[in-house]
Design a protein around this ligand. Structure first.
Ligand code: APR
Length: 308
């Protein structure tokens, strides 16, 4: 194939994303980890699934950044996963150092790629990737909003007993407890859920969405979610490689949009071949704007701690 996507980190999220990309035959995939054997083993296993899946995507597991050279997209999942009782923010400093090191290595070999950070705490890690890479903001786009929206979509569909397919949800803000699910922009077949559900049910859906990551962490007992995060990464990769210009909620570097300056925060963007091709600004009520600002403040606190 003539497109190449590297996934850094062959753990749960990285391997799930890599498999999705290979199964959809979106690109050749390189899976890199510091652990020896794991990326090679998982990569070979995925390659051996290809004949059954009908995919000719090449999958290579490696420990060597030279193999990642000239990637179109690099997805960064390297880091430590959240453990029960551990907040995303506890991971901050440890993951910062990992992400800095990874980004330096990645950009050396793929100076023109689009970077998709996934590692938590997401918005702060995006800032590390952005600063260390020196890339324009269009080419650093974090995965979080699609996942948060997917969770909300799943909960709305479950509540109403309808298909997830034309159930859409809108979640803004940082990927943390302060995220801002927006019910009036969340729809089923174009109908806002505020017309379909009572206030108490909507509040329950919003609360479950904001705590969605923690709910999985608690159930798993060890590690954090990876199927839905993996799927969200694949959607972003597909939108970019196919230049779909899809409007998706992603973490992007705001420079005054939504009244936020110099921070990665989740907002709707147009995702295409050039990465973030446009930041979509929608009207917010005073309450929604205040909630978004609070979420941005939470991101800023983390960014200030790691000084990026
Ligand atoms: N370079 C490359 N890989 C690394 C490095 C590094 N410097 N440091 C750690 N890794 C690898 C680990 O060896 C491990 O295989 O990153 C992988 C992380 O995998 P998991 O522990 O399974 O974590 P996962 O569930 O995939 O989550 C990864 O994504 O959603 C977020 O919160 C999650 O930040 C976490 C990240």
């Amino acid at each position: 194939m003539n497109r190449k996507v590297t996934v850094i980190g062959s753990g749960n999220v990285g391997a799930t994303a890599a498999r999705g990309i290979a199964m959809k035959e979106l690109a050749d995939v390189v899976l890199l980890d510091i652990l020896e054997g794991i990326p090679q083993g998982k990569g070979l296993d995925m390659l051996e699934a290809n004949p059954v899946e009908g995919s000719d995507a090449c999958v290579l597991g490696t420990n060597d950044y030279a193999d990642t050279a000239n990637s179109d997209i690099v997805v960064i999942t390297a880091g430590l996963a959240r453990k029960p009782g551990m907040s995303r923010d506890d991971l901050l400093l440890k993951n910062k150092n990992i992400i800095k090191d990874v980004t330096e290595n990645v950009v050396k070999h793929s100076p023109n790629c689009i970077l998709i950070p996934v590692t938590n705490p997401l918005d702060a890690m995006c800032q590390v990737v952005y600063r260390v890479s020196g890339f324009p903001r269009e080419r650093v786009v974090g995965m979080a909003g699609i996942l948060d929206s997917a969770r909300m979509r799943a909960f709305i569909a479950m509540e109403l007993g309808v298909s997830v397919e034309n159930t859409h949800a809108f979640v803004l803000g940082g990927h943390g407890d302060t995220m801002v699910p927006l019910p009036r922009y969340s729809t089923v077949a174009g109908i806002p859920i505020t017309e379909l559900m009572d206030t108490a049910t909507i509040e329950a859906v919003v609360k479950r969405t904001a705590g969605g990551g923690g709910e999985i962490v608690k159930l798993l007992g060890s590690g954090s979610a990876y199927y839905a995060p993996g799927s969200a990464v694949v959607e972003m990769v597909e939108a970019i490689l196919k230049d779909k210009k899809k409007i998706l909620p992603c973490a992007t570097f705001l420079q005054g949009e939504y009244g936020i300056e110099g921070l990665f925060v989740g907002v709707p963007v147009k995702l295409g071949a050039r990465g973030v091709e446009e930041i979509i600004q929608i009207e917010l009520t005073a309450d929604e704007q205040a909630a978004l600002q609070k979420s941005a403040d939470a991101v800023k606190e983390l960014v200030d701690i790691i000084k990026v």
